[in-house]
Design a protein around this ligand. Structure first.
Ligand code: B1M
Length: 211
């Protein structure tokens, strides 16, 4: 079994003590950090999701897999991105009200910070008022909203609608994402930008502030 396969299996089975160790070993073997993240961890969470859908595992197993992945992400994080020192913009980012999923949001934050942004993490289950309050900061150029559940897509719609009515709307762009979100939905709800993964989000954020 390759190191990446070993890592994916450890994430899938929620081995939080072994995952960071395997990530470190993969890094020591010279495996590309992006491959470690994508193939060793993100794909493994995809498998976890499928198993949950098929009733092969339940919420507690999903939770331990998520915890294990977070420990692995902590180890790979310093190896992603070149560690920009200059700040090119300020972003606020949160998972919308009703939604507790934060792994994707955290990855987006990690990549956007690596691209040179200051990011304020509003957390999960973020009420509209909190997005509006944070977006009132005159330095904010991008507001990012994540939604992982089909049942929280209406919450994303409401959040974007409220942000679109903010008095300082012309000052920031709205970026949305998350597994059930599509370009079509993003356009329909009036977001400025949609991307389907964290690396694309960082590229898009740079384009948004650079015009
Ligand atoms: Co939940 N969950 N979950 N879950 N969970 C899903 C999302 C699900 C698809 C599983 C399934 O059924 N196959 C399903 C949703 C089905 C649907 O909506 N139709 C589901 C469900 C049903 C639920 C509960 C309702 C289960 C229950 O209680 N019965 C419950 C809801 C709780 C709530 O939020 N109110 C629930 C709970 C949980 C846990 C707490 C146990 C845990 C979350 C832990 C955590 O996040 N701290 C969990 C997990 C781990 C998952 C799966 C397995 C993995 C999610 C994940 O982290 N993926 C997930 C199945 C799956 O996704 N295959 C599932 C990895 C992550 C890197 O991907 O988040 O998509 P993702 O982020 C990507 C992109 O989407 C994008 O970039 C990221 C990185 O590339 N992106 C953006 C995300 N945000 C972006 C923002 C952007 C741009 C790009 O711009 C701003």
């Amino acid at each position: 079994m390759s190191k990446i396969e070993e890592l994916a299996q450890a994430v899938e089975t929620g081995k939080a003590k072994i995952v960071p160790q395997l990530v470190q070993e993969a890094l020591d073997e010279g495996i590309d950090p992006m491959e470690i993240l994508n193939k060793g961890m993100i794909d493994a969470m995809g498998v976890v999701g499928e198993k949950f859908k098929n009733n092969e595992i339940f919420v507690p197993e999903m939770l331990v897999a998520a915890r294990a992945m977070k420990k692995g992400v902590d180890v790979v994080k310093p190896h992603l991105g070149a560690g920009n020192s200059a700040t090119i913009g300020k972003m606020i980012m949160g998972t919308v009200a009703g939604d507790l999923h934060d792994i994707g949001k955290n990855l987006v934050i990690m990549m956007i910070e690596s691209a040179g942004f200051e990011v304020v993490d509003l957390g999960v289950d973020v009420p509209i008022e909190k997005f509006l309050e944070a977006a009132a900061d005159p330095d904010v150029n991008i507001v990012g909203c994540s939604a992982l559940l089909t049942t929280t897509m209406p919450s994303l719609r409401d959040t974007v609608a409220a942000l679109n009515k903010a008095p300082n709307r012309s000052q920031f762009k709205i970026m949305v994402g998350g597994a059930p979100i599509t370009q079509e939905f993003a356009d329909e709800i009036g977001a400025d930008c949609y991307t389907d993964d964290a690396a694309a989000a960082a590229e898009a954020a740079k384009k948004l502030v650079q015009g």
